[in-house]
Design a protein around this ligand. Sequence first.
Ligand code: NDP
Length: 280
Amino acid sequence: MARLLDGKALAARLRATLAARVAALPFEPGLVVVRVGEDPASGVYVRNKDRAAREAGFASRTLHLPEATTEAELLATIASLNADDRVDGILVQLPLPAHVNTQAAIAAVDPVKDVDGFHPLNAGRLASGLPGLVPCTPRGVMHLLAESGARLRGARALVLGRSQIVGRPMAQLLLGADCTVTVAHSRTDDLGAECRRADILVAAVGRAEMVKGGWIKPGAVVVDVGINRRADGTLCGDVAFGEAGHAAAITPVPGGVGPMTIACLLENTLDAAIARRMAA
Ligand code: NDP
């Protein structure tokens, strides 16, 4: 039976460690989440982030702007947060309404406050192997892999998905940990064959239970980033969890990567707060 990588418990431990570090600071690190419009899933995510941040002692607030907010108005809001010394981290919740250019909003955030790690400068630093703010979900996956005890150096890692948010930065982090990395996507010829070679398999596709048991190498460590809703309303990942008993370890959905993403947002905010004050 595969070992369960309990992201909920690991995230609780990480949040407790961060809370202790925050309590020892002479200031409260400030996080602002900017939400535009009424995307229902975003509402849940933003509330969860805000609650976790407050519980850990961060000065957290959410700016909820109306759906009709123009791109210029959003960019002006971000500019004022960039200039606000009390704000250490800025997160623009995605997706944005269609009339707003997402890349423009991402690029407007001051890279030193970019706690989502999506700014091209931080993406470039990661790709160059330089320190910087790293996207929260891949950072959380690295914590889970450390917890699994898996040997990363020299291991074959397969990242399924190549998005700016998960797949690409995930591949860079695994490369930085000396894995031999393959990135697969919707144009990959034989996904099953690529997966079967992987000692470390990170699935970030958004297709319910697409990774079948027969695609998983015996003894592999499987991290399932996907969050999908079945027809009956229940959640599942990108991996057929019930067929993965021969893996060494696997994350559940829910309760795997999701809680780690939020904990790593707090970790990034604390990193950003300390780095900004050290630079001042
Ligand atoms: P995107 O839709 O941006 O990217 C999906 C990737 O999967 C793309 O690279 C795409 O390939 C690839 N893909 C899609 N369909 C297939 C297929 N049939 N075969 C092979 N590859 C395929 O999604 P995200 O990266 O933003 O998110 C992925 C999943 O992770 C989603 O379920 C999302 O909800 C979840 N997620 C979970 C988080 C968490 O905290 N747990 C955080 C962020 C995301 P191509 O590039 O060729 O189109």
